[in-house]
Ligand binder design. Sequence first.
Ligand SMILES: Nc1ncnc2c1ncn2[C@@H]1O[C@H](COP(=O)(O)OP(=O)(O)OP(=O)(O)O)[C@@H](O)[C@H]1O
Length: 272
Amino acid sequence: MLRASNIHFCIKNRAIIDQMNLELNPGEILAVLGPNGAGKSTFFKILSGEIACKQGTVHYNGKLVHHLQPKQLAAIRSVMPQHSQLNFPFSAEEVVRLGLISSSARSPEHLISELMEVTNTAHLKEKAFNHLSGGEKQRVHLARVLVQIWENKPFPRFLLLDEPTSSLDIAQQHAVLKILDRLKSRNIGILVILHELNLAIQYADKIALLKNGTLVKTGEVHAVMEKETLAHVFDHPIQLIKNPYTGGLIVSSSPEIMSTISSSKLSYYGNL
Ligand SMILES: Nc1ncnc2c1ncn2[C@@H]1O[C@H](COP(=O)(O)OP(=O)(O)OP(=O)(O)O)[C@@H](O)[C@H]1O
């Protein structure tokens, strides 16, 4: 399990993260949602071990993150940050290969080609990474972090992703979330920061809602995704509509929806 307890982090006496607790089990997807500046990326960096936080603890499988050697940590968790800069003229395949540095893959060549297929980047492998589009770069980075943890291991592992779909078209967004879904059966827990609320509803098992450095609500999707809570967190009108095909929820953030749905239906949706 990944467990963060009583995390409190200040910059210049301002609490960026205020007494936050979070648990992530292997085999589940936890989506972290919240408005710009809520503290998602900062919390992410504390969880990954990139930022050392004086107050609170982060444990991976019962071990304090800062007691783990870099190699031990790399075997347990893989991290896709929001921005990854590369200043060398690498090809896409060479970037994916960087994931091998912290992996103990039995057949590295097979792993690289499998993950470039899985992430729909195989056709880009010879291309200069710096010439790729934003979405192509994002998928290449995803392949790199997957290389680190794709092979089955006899202990739980974790994948942390900060906005992995921010540059992707709708088809690629779903493709990425489907890959994350596949990882659940490999005893991997996935924490993913998203801005697309409907993607979170469709793929996450649990949701954590952040605002102003605090955890407003966390839990199962249907318990957290309430229209009043979402409207408060995002400071924007939200309606939840029942998906007629799946029975799940659809988030509508269009204020006009209030006038386009009949009043009888609105009262029905309002109970969701
Ligand atoms: N190094 C820093 N120095 C000063 N302020 C910082 C620093 N890092 C983050 N902050 C502030 O902390 C707050 C949280 O930032 P963070 O990047 O964690 O938000 P976020 O929820 O990830 O936002 P976004 O959705 O826009 O990516 C912001 O107000 C940001 O300006």
